[in-house]
Design a protein around this ligand. Structure first.
Ligand SMILES: N[C@@H](CCC(=O)N[C@@H](CS)C(=O)NCC(=O)O)C(=O)O
Length: 252
């Protein structure tokens, strides 16, 4: 059976799962949807509303971390995203959990806050890799659509500022860890910690080589661009850009 990854192609949690699958060389088809319209597909598969969902021979995984574990079970031990060594594994898991809980929601809210006011840019962004009918429907209902997203993700000027502050704090912490010159966050090699940090930071850094979230630089709103440049200039930001340049296309 061919694996099916139900996604919102621009979603950074979906990118996390897609990166792991591609790195392991596991063949899959991506079933991509515009945010909110993904509900129908997600609900049909597993009675849930969040993606990514990986549909496989024995059922479905409904969380990006579970998808990474599914992938690891099919990867040679030395290339797994979660190392065998218990201490290293615990460190990787701690980072991954932290990024999932904090980085993911804040980078998403902050990016949407800047993209949603520009209707055409927002439409082009959310429709990437999704069926045409969903893009048409989104365009027709855009004011309502944007209001639903703002409400669902609590996107306000105040909350967006708070998210940016949290992003800077987390980036400062990661920069400090990288200050000793280590090439990866922990375990001395590429792990789920690096993959999760890079994929979940992507909406705030807009790295090249990203297969699902492409915003042409000249279309990025000026206020967002200034902040992206500041985040990119940090050691943590540079690290993410390097992970995309060096690791995103690599096979395990
Ligand atoms: N913990 C989940 C989070 C996934 C998540 O937040 N997905 C978002 C897309 S970025 C989603 O599907 N949101 C839809 C909703 O909450 O209705 C994971 O790691 O897979």
């Amino acid at each position: 059976m061919t694996l099916r990854l139900v996604t919102i192609p621009i979603s950074h949690y979906c990118e996390k799962a897609r990166w792991a699958l591609e790195r392991a060389g596991l063949a899959f088809v991506e079933d991509g949807h515009v945010p909110l319209w993904h509900w129908r597909a997600a609900f049909a598969v597993k009675g849930t509303r969040t993606v990514p969902i990986l549909v496989h021979e024995a059922g479905a995984e409904t969380d990006s971390t579970d998808i990474l574990h599914y992938v690891d079970a099919r990867t040679a031990p030395e290339a797994r995203l979660f190392p065998e060594d218990p201490a290293q594994r615990a460190e990787v898991e701690q980072w991954e959990e932290r990024f999932d809980r904090s980085l993911g929601p804040h980078s998403r809210r902050w990016a949407y806050f800047h993209l949603l006011p520009d209707r055409d840019l927002a439409l082009a962004t959310v429709a990437q890799g999704a069926p045409k009918a969903e893009a048409v429907l989104t365009r027709a209902l855009f004011p309502l659509y944007a209001a639903l997203l703002r409400r669902g993700l609590n996107i306000t000027p105040q909350k967006s500022m708070e998210s940016l502050t949290k992003l800077h704090k987390l980036f400062a912490e990661v920069s400090e860890v990288l200050a000793d010159g280590r090439p990866y966050l922990c375990a001395g090699r590429f792990t789920a910690a690096d993959l999760t940090f890079a994929s979940l930071a992507a909406p705030a850094l807009l790295p090249d080589h990203h297969p699902g979230f492409v915003v042409p630089w000249e279309r990025v709103p000026a206020a967002m661009r200034t902040e992206v440049e500041k985040l990119r200039a940090t050691p943590a930001g540079q690290f993410v850009l390097r992970m995309y340049a060096e690791e995103r296309g690599k096979k395990a």
